[in-house]
Design a protein. Structure first.
Length: 92
């Protein structure tokens, strides 16, 4: 059974609001992690997590997408990022 008082207490501790930047995102993720560390969640906590998860989803879908790269393109990217040459992959 849903207890409104318990849910309102969760809302008071960390009122859900739109995420505008990485700092907001990290704060919300910390709240989520604290709840997920609990051995068993109440109905109210699960509902609250659902709201926070929806806010994170909305924020992340509006961010610049990370392109999918595979195979040789991924390997080239890693080499470039680490200032490595193809020869660096060979063991001596």
């Amino acid at each position: 059974m849903f207890a409104t008082d318990k849910y309102l207490e969760l809302l008071k501790q960390y009122p859900p609001r739109p995420i505008h930047n990485e700092e907001d995102l990290e704060m919300m993720q910390e709240v989520i992690n604290r709840l997920l560390d609990k051995p068993q969640l109440t109905v109210e906590e699960r509902e609250y997590l659902n709201v926070l998860g929806s806010l994170i989803y909305e924020y992340e879908k509006n961010q610049e997408p990370i392109p999918d790269i595979y195979g040789i393109e991924l390997l080239k990217f890693i080499l470039e990022e680490r200032n490595l040459q193809k020869q660096d992959l060979l063991s001596t």
